[in-house]
Write a new protein. Structure first.
Lengths: 294, 286
């Protein structure tokens, strides 16, 4: 087989090469411009955020020393005793952690219910009036843009200290976040079953129950579980503003330099969050599997 | 079905259908029992939670009255002559979000390749890296802020470091997933042309995943703008510091002004970064 390579005419080759060089130069210019813009922004942000690299460099030893100090003193000879000393507050902490989980659960459930009631009015394909849809969307946007801890700060003053406030704050934020996701799911459904039911005289509620719900239920549950995961983290810090859960205890430990308590509580939170993550991931895969199996 | 049939005729028709298609009318008891069981379980847990967290209707009603009074006191929003201070705090907030996200992205980028199964085949390495990222991720930003305040003192710098720490975990996980789902053909092409391990990453993977990564970073910048507004609650700088202070002393007109400023800023950032993200992903499709 003849594999001789025919060289291009010199003029053509030069034209191609210069076009290639121009294309490369254009990409390079764009990359450099982007990088320069990021660098300028970073410097400006550094000024705004009072970044002091020297302080960091000086005190980075503090960070490792801090980590060293919060670690418990465990010896192999007296492991049981050391562990008992490290986790001296276990019953109290476990109860508070349980309270945190219940807060996350109730907040997700109540917020999810509100989102469920509102999402059909916010979805383009099922909303009855444009004005209603607009208002519902803005309300959901407000609920998810204001951080839950800001709601908690306000509610603590109105309702008094305690986990109930944390639940309400989590619920409002959850309603906003899930309401948006739910309405997007509803917008992506197949409308034929809905049209069929409406044509045979079904009411709006019946159409949603029998034509929409079967299409969206597993997705809703999956998003709800994802939100539960996020809310467990959120509920963990609600105590910082007096809204219940384990956060209060952690805040006290960090502020008052009860070093080993910090690591004990942090370890409990991290372990719980990881377990919840794994559990909900399993459940969500199961739910998605159910949907594909159908 | 309308008109011609009496209700008696209708019943007969249904009975006939039932006789002809028994399967369609059979109630799936195991599935129904499972649903009822799950619902009962959830309801029980809800009742327990309501009792354990002392949620009481009386408290809610009382509180709602006070909340209504607050809402009236919030209007009209006014900065009370401190608008320049608020603007400065807002700039600080954006600075915290930007630097935190940038630092997290730069640090997560190399780590993500270590956590990706198709780059580092050693299962122990990517398992260890992934669990490490999980630990970083499962500690909340506010907790990181408290820890960094002990190291660099009160102020926005601690906030930026806190956001960077918790986001390395989240971005590292997302990045490594993007690397794992990247098209293998480019990598195989580089290998076939005699490229080594680093060449495979640089010319086979990086160009493919960069737009996805960029859009994820922008998305995190949006969400970090929200986080940075609250990080001041524990003293780590930004607009949250004013927010906490003013809520505590019930200067509610200024509070509503701050909330309004946050809402506008978040909306603007969302719009800008949404544009940029679409441009990035669109550039990819072309």
């Amino acid at each position: 087989m003849d594999t001789r390579i025919v060289p291009l005419a010199p003029g053509r080759a030069a034209a191609l090469e210069s076009a290639y060089a121009r294309a490369v130069a254009a990409t390079r210019r764009r990359t450099i411009l982007t990088l320069a813009a990021i660098a300028v922004l970073a410097v400006a942000a550094g000024f705004a955020a009072e970044v002091r690299p020297l302080v960091l460099a000086e005190n980075i030893g503090n960070f490792t020393a801090y980590l060293g100090r919060i670690l418990p003193h465990l010896t192999l000879g007296n492991l049981r005793g050391d562990l008992a000393e490290w986790y001296w507050g276990l019953p109290k902490w476990a109860a508070l952690l349980g309270e945190t989980l219940l807060m996350a659960y109730l907040g997700t459930l109540l917020g999810g219910l509100a989102a469920f009631l509102l999402c059909f009015g916010a979805a383009e394909n099922l909303a009855r009036t444009r004005a209603g849809r607009f208002l519902t969307r803005r309300a959901l946007e407000f609920a998810r843009t204001v951080p839950e801890i800001v709601f908690a700060l306000l509610f603590v003053i109105a309702f008094g200290l305690g986990p109930m406030v944390g639940v309400m704050a989590l619920a409002i934020h959850t309603a906003g976040a899930l309401g948006k996701l739910f309405s997007e799911v509803v917008e992506n459904i197949d409308m034929k079953p809905v049209e069929g039911l409406v044509a045979s005289g079904a009411t709006r509620v019946a159409a949603i129950r029998f034509a929409v719900l079967p299409q969206v239920a597993s997705n809703f549950a999956s998003y709800g579980l994802l939100r539960f995961e996020i809310n467990v983290r959120g509920a963990g810090v609600m105590g910082f503003v007096g809204a219940g859960g384990i956060g209060q205890e952690l805040l006290v430990a960090i502020r008052n330099f009860y070093y080993t308590d910090v690591s004990a509580i942090l370890l409990m939170i991290v372990a719980t969050v990881m377990l919840i993550d794994l559990g909900t991931e399993r459940l969500r895969h199961h739910l998605i599997g159910l949907e594909h199996g159908r | 079905m309308s008109g011609g049939h009496t209700s008696r005729g209708h019943a007969v028709e249904v009975a006939a259908l039932r006789a002809r298609y028994p399967d369609a009318f059979r109630i799936a008891w195991p599935a129904r029992l499972a649903t009822v069981g799950v619902l009962l379980g959830l309801a029980g847990l809800t009742a327990f939670a309501l009792w354990r967290l002392d949620v009481s209707a009386a408290r809610i009603l009382n509180g709602l009255g006070r909340l209504g009074a607050f809402a009236v006191l919030m209007l009209p929003p006014s900065a009370g002559g401190r608008f320049p201070d608020f603007l400065h705090a807002l700039a600080e907030t954006l600075g915290i979000a930007f630097l935190g996200t940038l630092t997290a992205a730069l640090l997560a980028f190399p780590v993500a390749f270590l956590a990706a199964r198709n780059v580092v085949p050693n299962p122990f390495v990517h398992f260890a890296v992934r669990r490490g990222l999980d630990v970083l991720r499962s500690v909340d930003v506010l907790i990181w802020a408290l820890i960094w305040i002990n190291v660099v003192g009160l102020g926005p710098f601690a906030g930026a470091l806190a956001i960077a720490c918790s986001d390395i975990g989240a971005l590292g996980k997302l990045f490594s997933e993007a690397v794992e789902t990247a098209d293998r053909k480019a990598v195989e092409g580089v290998t076939a042309a005699g490229g080594g391990g680093l060449h495979r990453v640089r010319f086979g993977l990086v160009p493919a995943v960069l737009p996805v990564l960029g859009s994820q970073v922008l998305y995190f910048f949006e969400s970090n703008t929200r986080s940075a507004t609250i990080i001041g609650i524990v003293g780590a700088g930004g607009i949250g510091q004013y927010l906490t202070e003013l809520i505590r002393v019930l200067e509610l007109q200024q509070v509503s002004c701050l909330v309004l400023m946050i809402l506008v800023t978040v909306a603007v950032i969302d719009a800008v970064s949404g544009r940029l993200r679409r441009a990035l992903i669109g550039g990819e499709a072309r």
